[in-house]
Design a protein around this ligand. Structure first.
Ligand code: ARG
Ligand code: ZN
Length: 478
């Protein structure tokens, strides 16, 4: 409820007068929301003009044909006077309603849905959007790829930096995080796994079909919102703090099944270990999903419950990938990117967590791993030409973002000492918890806490091509 006092009206009138003087127009006209969120690498990802609070994604999926139908309801707030706005989406849309009125819409390019509401949306007011749609996601190519993966018995909506385009309309950029309800109606011979907690289901809804209700209650980036559909063995347990542990193992893991379970079943132990370095685990649930071997070719730190290609267990009980994806729950998921350019804030830190885990497992210290990685790339190797702090939009997952990102953190730790280093990590995670951060923010914090000018260190390690000379950083020289 809104109260209007005489004084408020007076101030509003004065503001209007000032605006008139400032820009020469009496009425500020509503304008279209920007078609991008301002990402320097991916200018058309995300949109401007509104801020999403919650997504309710409700779909039906038939693995036999890859047919997906759905309705997504978006609860957002306008951040400017909007005449129209964009969503990011690549399937066929049949209707859009905005604030209880039918809206007109058209598509632009491969993944922009342009929505014109019946009435303009004033800044600060609710923007409630209902989109109905259908499609065969695996057949839709956008941005040169398909973020939806069909498997022998189902599908995976697991990808980075994009996966939402193929199953729900969104403001598709990590700078606009929201909470989620994801509900899926699927044939009763498959399982459906998503983020957070299974609040209800599987519940028979049609003959031969079950609905699964998943909920994720902390702010979550679109690319960290996932679906794994197929034949899975789901195992549930409860952590010491009472939160649910939910693991899912594809029934097609074959010879990797035992090792996948050995790795993923250490999730809770690894979280408790990482809490000693990074502070409290930020989410309400945990677990892991072992996807069919070869289906993805990577693992992804999907919020609360990472998804791993089964092939990560081709050589036994790999825990490094688990330590990596779980570290992302702090670095990437709780504290998210504002710009994809700053991807080392995710990958460099998750890689460094593997080095900490290695020391914890008595398999080598971070300094030993620094020495090994540094020496394993000769000075003339291409590796040293990629700048972790600005790798280029085609190299956001280059090895240098991971390895040189971790080298950067060890160089920082050696220069400023353990106490300042871990205080920086804790403060970074506390200050930006459930929000976003930039490389500039991180450097400023590191300088503040260490009391040192770190310009040269970060310029050398993040932003200068070529192998850094260790004799320049005396403490790293041997
Ligand atoms: N963030 C993932 C990781 O933990 C990498 C995902 C790579 N994405 C891709 N489409 N290959 O390393
Ligand atoms: Zn990673």
């Amino acid at each position: 409820m809104r109260r209007v006092s005489i004084r408020t009206i007076t101030i509003a009138a004065a503001t209007a007068a000032a605006l008139t003087l400032g820009n020469g127009v009496a009425d500020a006209a509503a304008t279209p929301g920007a078609p991008g969120a301002g990402d320097v690498y991916f200018p058309d990802y995300g949109n401007g003009g509104y801020d999403v609070g919650h997504y309710d994604v409700r779909v039906r999926y038939q693995p036999a044909t890859d047919e997906l139908t759905g309705t997504t309801t978006i609860a957002a707030e306008a951040t400017q006077d909007l005449s129209r706005f964009n969503l990011d989406f690549a399937l066929d849309v049949s209707s859009v309603r905005v604030n209880n009125r039918a809206a007109t819409f058209h598509t632009e390019g491969e993944h922009e849905l342009v929505v014109t509401p019946a009435r303009q949306i004033p800044a600060g007011s609710d923007l409630n959007v209902v989109v109905k749609y259908a499609g065969i996601p695996s057949q839709v190519v956008a941005g040169g790829f398909t973020g939806w993966t069909r498997t022998a018995d189902g599908a995976l909506a697991v990808n980075e930096p994009e996966s939402a385009w193929w199953w729900f309309p969104s403001n598709d950029h990590p700078s606009d995080k929201a909470t989620y309800d994801v509900s899926v109606l699927a044939p009763d011979d498959v399982q459906v796994i998503s983020n957070g907690t299974l609040t209800s289901g599987p519940t028979a809804e049609l003959k031969g079909w079950n609905r699964w209700y998943w909920r994720s209650v902390k702010p979550q980036a679109t690319y960290l919102t996932y679906l794994a559909i197929g034949k899975y063995d789901i195992e549930t347990d409860t952590a010491a703090d009472g939160s649910p542990i939910i693991n899912a193992f594809s029934t097609s893991l074959g010879d990797f099944d035992g090792a996948a379970r050995a790795g993923i079943n250490r999730t809770n132990e690894i979280i408790e270990t990482e809490e000693q370095w990074f502070g409290d685990y930020p989410f309400e649930a945990q677990g892991g999903v072992a996807a069919p071997p070869g289906a993805l070719g990577f693992a992804l730190e999907t919020q609360t419950r990472p998804v791993y290609d089964g092939r990560f267990w081709r050589r036994g009980g790999n825990t490094y990938v688990v330590a990596h994806e779980l570290a992302h729950q702090w670095f990437g998921d709780s504290v998210s990117l504002e710009q994809w350019r700053d991807i080392w804030l995710n990958e460099g830190f998750a890689s460094y967590a593997e080095w900490l885990w290695s020391e914890h497992e008595d398999e080598g210290t971070p300094q030993e791993l620094f020495d090994f990685v540094y020496a394993s790339y000769p000075a003339d190797d291409e590796f040293w030409q990629v700048l972790p702090g600005d790798p280029g939009s085609d190299k956001v997952f280059d090895g240098a973002v991971y390895d040189r990102g971790a080298l950067t953190l060890q160089a920082l730790r050696v220069q400023i000492g353990d106490q300042a280093f871990f205080e920086i990590l804790h403060t970074w995670l506390a200050d930006h918890r459930y929000g976003n951060g930039t490389t500039d923010d991180f450097i400023a914090l590191a300088e503040k806490i260490s009391g040192q000018d770190l310009t040269q260190l970060f310029t050398t390690w993040l932003f200068t091509a070529g192998r850094p000379d260790l004799s320049a950083t005396t403490k790293l020289a041997r």
